[in-house]
Design a protein around this ligand. Structure first.
Ligand code: HEC
Ligand code: HEC
Length: 287
């Protein structure tokens, strides 16, 4: 039921709403409240005029104050670059072997290198640089191509087995599936297990030793200790890039592997290349 009437005890008009015999009084809103409400509306409209607000097809209204978080970040980056311009150009030209003699420059390099690593390297090498299958761990002192600062910088600058940099490290293990019988590969696997200190079949490993001598030592060395000039991994240290169990070894030897690392010399500035090399070198395995 709905009808306007005066509430007797208070003398106030009612709204006509009634629930279970309770009627709603039609008291006006307090004036102070109403004014605050109008002010917020005015403020809100003013805000959308002053600041970027209304969506357009490409972007949004810019706002009269010209405020932009992007511009602020760009200005911050500019300011930082200007402050460090001296260090940056010194780092681009530094003789890497003597970087450690300049503690300020070295600290700057490592801090910058950590940022470069987070944005460009962690996708493959892991945020903590511990690597993954096919992507080497950069924390240990097991190096495919060399762990001295200048060697790391070279690897970063030119990359490995990519097609974009003529000076990239290059080598290719043959796929022995085309060259050896399955039993011969199985024997070689047992020999690799033996020299890496893992459980193995002794009889098979003996046959494998002869095959290894013939087929593998040119790259992996007489003792299987590896050869950095060819990026051929040490097979005796039980640190595996592609896995050290029978299945993984059989796959590696049958099909070979072809790990590719991009060249960064074309994408990063010379100082950033040196910075990230200094960072990686400082992670623990640097030589
Ligand atoms: C697309 C993946 C990828 C990215 C991104 C990448 N790497 Fe690599 N990196 C590799 C692979 C794969 C190898 C191993 C190649 C091989 O098998 O020899 C490698 C090898 C290396 C090595 C040689 C390690 C050794 O034992 O000699 C260094 C040093 C290295 N990367 C540093 C970096 C740095 C620094 C960055 C960032 C600027 C980076 N990588 C970005 C894939 C990547
Ligand atoms: C022409 C040089 C060359 C020859 C010959 C060669 N390898 Fe390799 N081998 C390499 C290179 C280079 C790599 C690293 C590939 C990569 O990083 O993508 C490798 C990787 C491996 C790996 C992976 C190691 C790991 O850490 O996961 C194994 C195992 C291996 N070789 C075994 C052999 C055996 C066994 C033979 C002989 C039957 C052999 N290789 C012959 C160059 C060679």
């Amino acid at each position: 039921m709905s009808q306007h009437e005066i509430d007797e005890p208070t003398g106030v008009d009612t709204t006509g709403h009634e629930w279970d015999g309770i009627r709603e009084l039609n008291n006006p809103l307090p004036r102070w409240w109403l004014w605050c409400f109008y002010l917020t509306i005015i403020w809100g409209v003013g805000y959308t005029i002053a600041f970027p607000a209304w969506p357009l097809i490409n972007g949004a209204t810019a706002g009269l104050l010209g405020f932009a978080t992007r511009a602020e970040v760009a200005a911050d980056i500019d300011r930082y670059a200007q402050q460090n311009a001296g260090l940056t150009s010194a780092l681009a030209k530094v003789e890497l072997a003597s970087l450690a003699d300049n503690p300020d420059l070295h600290r700057f390099a490592v801090a910058n290198g950590a940022a470069v690593f987070r944005s460009h390297c962690s996708q493959c090498h892991g945020s903590g640089a511990a690597g993954a299958v096919g992507y080497p761990n950069l924390l240990d002192d097991d190096w495919l191509w060399g762990g001295a600062l200048a060697e790391i910088a070279y690897t970063v600058k030119h990359g490995i087995r990519n097609e974009t940099d003529d000076d990239a490290h290059y080598s290719q293990m043959p796929a022995f599936g085309d060259l050896l019988e399955e039993e011969e590969i199985a024997a070689t696997v047992q020999y690799v297990l033996q020299i890496s200190g893992a459980d193995h079949d002794t009889t098979l490993a003996q046959d494998g030793a002869a095959l290894f001598e013939e087929q593998c030592t040119a790259c992996h060395g007489e003792q299987g200790q590896g050869d950095r000039s060819q990026g051929a991994p040490n097979l005796t240290d039980a640190i595996w890039l592609y896995g050290g169990d029978t299945t993984a070894l059989t796959a590696t030897i049958t099909n070979a592997r072809f790990g590719v690392m991009p060249a960064w010399g074309q994408r990063l500035s010379p100082s950033d290349v040196n910075a990230v090399a200094a960072y990686v070198h400082g992670l623990g395995g640097g030589e």
